[in-house]
Design a protein around this ligand. Structure first.
Ligand code: PSU
Ligand code: MN
Length: 310
């Protein structure tokens, strides 16, 4: 038996846990390594507001001075958004960062791990990591997908972007026994665009249906997460030909510079933002907010169903 881990809860989150109310976990790598300052801070604040406006409590998760925080206040968000000291922390990095009293922006895998310890079932982000292009040579597959195969958190994302090999990513997710549910669409979305050209396994059209699926998936003893893929809104989507060209250029630059391992994704996001003159960042912000709203509505329906059954 392992000892329980100490978690510092924000007051709003602690109250929501005590009341079994709706909570949405939020990651912090997107703040520390996914967007430039000050767009990162404005987005983090905006996302928290949208979660509240849709009836849930936001729980942004991060490691600060060696401690796990679930639910950050305004000042803590601001510190995190500008600190150059913060490392990109996936689940496997947490223990060593904590020993050194370090700071970590938690990736999808780390955020799922901590959300699960905190008893939070729903988590909103922009895009999850996946199988990178050329993975047959590099073996670069995100730990996010392995965590999805082992932790029963529902992750609301906008699909994955084509910096990744999307068909291989879907294959790997299938191997991990993780259901992919597209919200209001037959297609699996590609982050900046509404369709990747590939079908999603399942389509559900309301937050209530997704909440019901979460409860059944857990009751079946599945032991895995659920990936909810929420297409970017039509008005915010980018032109597919434009974004394909931009991504191809960014991937070529990463190869030319020998970028590897955990640097790959942050490098590509930054390059795409520069090459698109901010258009990708604008779309990214819009889709994260769209995901936060859906996750909050799922959390409300889920907490209602769960509490009715207890
Ligand atoms: N994709 C994005 N924005 C992000 C990330 C991915 O569009 O900020 C971040 C997430 O935190 C994700 C992590 O969990 O990158 C995946 O990193 P890697 O590919 O190194 O596993
Ligand atoms: Mn990787």
């Amino acid at each position: 038996m392992s000892a329980p881990i100490s978690i510092r809860y924000g007051s709003e989150v602690a109250a929501a846990i005590a009341q079994r109310g709706p909570i949405v976990a939020l990651e912090s790598t997107i703040i520390t390594h996914g967007m430039p300052y000050p767009a990162n801070l404005e987005t983090a604040r905006g996302v928290e507001k949208i979660v509240r406006d849709n009836g849930s409590v936001p729980a942004t998760i991060a490691i600060m001075a060696g401690e796990i925080f679930v639910g950050l206040d305004e000042d803590q968000l601001a510190v995190l958004a500008r600190s150059p000291e913060v490392v990109k922390a996936s689940g496997r990095d947490l223990a060593a960062i904590m020993v050194r009293k370090g700071w970590g922006g938690t990736t999808v895998s780390a955020t799922m791990r901590i959300a699960s310890l905190a008893g939070i079932d729903i988590f909103a982000t922009g895009g999850v990591g996946g199988v990178h292009r050329g993975a047959e040579a590099t073996f670069d597959i995100s730990a996010d997908l392995v965590e999805l195969g082992q932790t029963g958190t529902t992750v609301v994302c906008a699909g994955v972007k084509s910096i990744l090999d999307i068909p291989k990513t879907l294959e790997f997710i299938e191997t991990q026994r993780v259901p992919v549910i597209a919200y209001g669409s037959d297609d699996f979305p590609a982050f900046y665009t509404r369709s990747s050209g590939l079908k999603a396994d399942h389509r559900l059209d309301t937050p209530e249906e997704i909440a019901e699926a979460m409860i059944l998936h857990a009751a079946l003893g599945s032991g895995t997460g659920i990936l909810v893929a929420n297409p970017i809104q039509e008005d915010d989507a980018l032109d597919p030909a434009f974004i394909d060209r931009t991504i191809a250029e960014a991937v070529a630059a990463a190869e030319a510079q020998g970028i590897a391992r955990k640097e790959v994704t942050p490098f590509l996001l930054d390059r795409i933002n520069q090459l698109s003159e901010g258009r990708s960042l604008k779309a990214n912000i819009a889709l994260v907010k769209n995901n936060a709203a859906l996750a909050a509505r799922i959390a409300v329906a889920h907490s209602r169903l769960r509490n009715a059954r207890k």
